[in-house]
Design a protein around this ligand. Structure first.
Ligand code: GLN
Length: 484
């Protein structure tokens, strides 16, 4: 059962081959047996899941079921879930029980999906390896000595190891696409404003977007359909109807123009990744697409720009975690100052502190113009590069990451090297565009992701482009050894 895709599971539920309770039990059993070596989950909500599954079975029987009714999924521990611990991977929120549901949580509940637990992640979504989590690293199912990517590492690894057919993640600079690539699953970061951020613990508000992890693009279409939508409670949510993401999956790619940014294919790219991407592009040519060389001249500004904008916003967002309004409180404070200082000092890990310090620095009176304002200007140039490219091409493709999964600990002491693992994903967030990563090959037994970037609100197009590729390749079906 665990090898079935979401689409296949939905069909099985509808035809009565198995019930949602049976399916949920099977997932929970796998999590119980296999997660010890992976550490994908911070919280498993078994009882609640079985109750949701029972309700889903009733709904399936009454004929009022949608495509997600009765389907188990895992939720990144950044989404607030009413009555369930929502830690964001931090000691700061280790005892935080969310008093309400995020909009995404609510929408998945309404669709009848069954949440089986909350997944491990980098602390406050800051990281590219899941090693900054208070709950310890997640191990990559393809090689447990290696990282699954981050920050949504638990969600990506859980889908790769066939613990769940789908999961949620968030992507501020690559946190859906990068772990999807490193774990060999399909991940989609929607256009900024497509999925509500309400109840999704904020990291960098102008960049954060929630999206799905699945094994296939067809499954991602179903998940995104349930997650997307306008929400009055998120002021940057876009009031625009949600496309039927499944309707166009089979559209022909004849005549599709694929832009290849030269900046993503040069120095620093691992040769195994480059080979897999080249082979994937050849498949697209067979499907009728043409490859067009393009340039994103300001691509090199993306990482430095991001590491001004994201810390600036996070320093402001995390100021509420002070032991008074939210979060861990140090014991026996001597006075208010001591309470604040020790609560934050003990509650946050080193990467979060580094970001807060950079953020408060770049926003401070003497440096605002030199750093923050400058970064905003660079951000506009990055966006304009993409807009210009989309005047001549339909989608942009390249590698999702410069290398396959690296070893645990390999980059943990070197923040700048770690930051560079998002070199191909970050510009997309700065521009607010949608992007996907799809399995496109193996390099020395480790998955390689192909990144597909689209114009604003072109999610349906991306899913179509990914789906057609998955019909002629089987990289998305490859299972990590030991998890078949
Ligand atoms: N790795 C990037 C960072 O550390 C992006 C993280 C994310 O997308 N949440 O900030």
């Amino acid at each position: 059962m665990h090898q079935k895709t979401l689409v296949e599971l939905a069909a099985g539920l509808r035809q009565g081959e198995f019930s949602s309770v049976e399916l949920t039990r099977a997932c929970l059993e796998r999590v119980g047996r296999l997660d010890e070596q992976l550490n994908c989950f911070i919280t498993v909500t078994g009882e609640q899941a079985l109750a949701q599954a029972q309700a889903a079975d009733a709904r399936l029987q009454s004929g009022e079921a949608g495509p997600l009714t009765g389907i188990p999924f895992a939720h990144k521990d950044i989404f607030c879930t009413h009555g369930v611990k929502t830690s964001c991977g931090s000691k700061m929120l280790d005892s935080f029980i969310a008093p309400y549901d995020a909009t995404v949580t609510q929408q998945l509940n309404m669709a009848g999906a069954v949440m089986i637990g909350k997944t491990n992640m980098d602390e406050f979504a800051m990281g590219s390896s899941n090693e900054t989590s208070y709950y310890g690293p997640v191990n990559n199912p393809w090689d447990v000595q290696r990282v699954p990517g981050g920050s949504s590492g638990g969600s990506a690894a859980a889908v790769a190891a066939r613990l769940v057919p789908a999961s949620t993640g968030t992507d501020t600079g690559g946190s859906i696409r990068q772990p999807a690539a490193l774990c060999g699953v399909t991940g989609l970061k929607p256009t900024y404003g497509r999925v509500s951020r309400y109840g999704m613990i904020a990291f960098a508000s102008s960049l954060d977007q929630g999206g799905p992890f699945t094994r296939t693009a067809a499954d991602a279409a179903i998940m995104l359909g349930a997650m997307a939508g306008f929400d009055v409670r998120d002021s940057t949510s876009v009031d625009r109807p949600v496309d039927d993401y499944r309707a166009g999956l089979d559209h022909s790619l004849e005549g599709l123009k694929i832009g290849l940014p030269q900046e993503f294919l040069g120095a620093g790219l691992d040769s195994g990744v480059a080979d897999a991407v080249t082979a994937a592009l050849a498949e697209y040519e067979k499907l009728g697409a043409t490859l067009v060389d393009i340039s994103l001249p300001n691509a090199a500004l993306a990482v430095p720009t991001y590491y001004v904008v994201a810390p600036a916003e996070c320093s402001s967002n995390l100021s509420r975690m002070d032991g008074v309004r939210f979060g861990y409180r140090a014991s026996d404070p001597q006075d208010l100052e001591d309470l604040y200082t020790r609560s934050r000092g003990e509650g946050f890990g080193p990467e979060v502190k580094r970001r807060i310090m950079i953020g408060t620095y770049v926003l401070s009176a003497g440096y605002y113009d030199a750093y923050y304002l400058k970064a905003q200007q660079a951000r506009r140039l990055i966006r304009e590069d993409f807009l210009k490219a989309f005047e001549t091409v339909d989608v942009i493709m390249g590698p999702t990451t410069p290398t396959p999964a690296f070893r645990l600990g390999e980059k943990a002491d070197d923040p700048v090297t770690m930051y560079l693992s998002d070199i191909y994903t970050i510009a997309v967030n700065l521009a607010g565009l949608p992007g996907m990563s799809i399995p496109a090959g193996l390099s020395d037994g480790l998955p390689v992701g192909l990144q597909v970037i689209g114009d604003y609100f072109a999610e349906a197009r991306l899913l179509n482009v990914a789906h057609r590729f998955q019909q002629v390749t089987d990289w998305h079906e490859q299972t990590p050894p030991g998890y078949e």
